[in-house]
Design a binder for this molecule. Sequence first.
Ligand code: FE
Length: 349
Amino acid sequence: MKTSTRLNIALAAIATGIALPAFAQDKVLNLYSARHYQTDEVVYETFTRTTGIKINRVDADDAGIVARLRAEGAASPADVVLLVDAARMAAADAQGLFQPIKSAKLDAAIPANLRAAPTADGVTWTGFSTRARVIVYDPTRVKPEDVATYEQLADPKLKGMVCTRSGSHPYNLSLFATVVERVGDQKGEAWLKGIVDNMARAPKGGDTDQIRAVASGECGVAITNTYYYARLLKSSKPEDKAVTDKVRVVFPNQGTSGTHVNIAGAAVAKHAKNRDNAIAFMEFLASPFAQDYFANGNNEFAAAKGVKVDNPALRAIGGDDFKPETVPLASVAKNLTKVQQMLDRVGFK
Ligand code: FE
């Protein structure tokens, strides 16, 4: 039976209050999600309405989901796993928690650099929304031309000014891994050492804390994901507005390699019992409809080719038209351990 026929029967059954036929009841998808946004609900509900596949969701943070998958092993009911950041996807993949899939729809919709490296068996993880890792600075202390690139974060000109969250946080590991991929090991490590030498304080807090610390004058320059800045811009609290008034945003490396972009992504779980449903769900996530909700829920950009999300806060900081990095996020998987060792050597906490 065609999906559309089944859907019509299911919808008719719902409308008339008749018990659903067995095939509809059997259609389930177990989703383990580290994303928790209201707009995601619309995506899930629409998927269920259009396919008849019911979604059972387990919500936890990224580390909690990975721990649960490991503990459950082959008995895990998980079909699709949603995690945030390529470094986390890569680490979970390296632990054998995902399985490769083949999908012509995903191949066509999602740029290859936002996915795991393909093998003969297919691709494990796929990005479904993107965020840029940008530089924020205090315009009273720093000139925009002095923070136009990630490389300049290591320039002695910025001595005593740079603030960042922990170097080992996945957001930083992913950025550093793509820089190392681009400039090589030696230059990459020297760059990390240069950032450490320029720090205003030891790494602490999250990205929003760095933005606030630039506004307060404690830091001159910091690194943040775009959605944290967009959240402050959209906030109704006067103290948040005061922060964004004092801070400027730069999309780094526009004249060269492009700004580092990361993902929220999904993969089919290693022991998925509902594999076809899992692939159908991921294909649905790549649709323009789902992309809009999925990206906007966290002030992110769409991952699918040709899909633009309308978000005033992102537009306000220049997010409508910037050059993204094209270094494959698969290089994060390759360089993760190496970068962590470099951070240890240069004392990047
Ligand atoms: Fe975040």
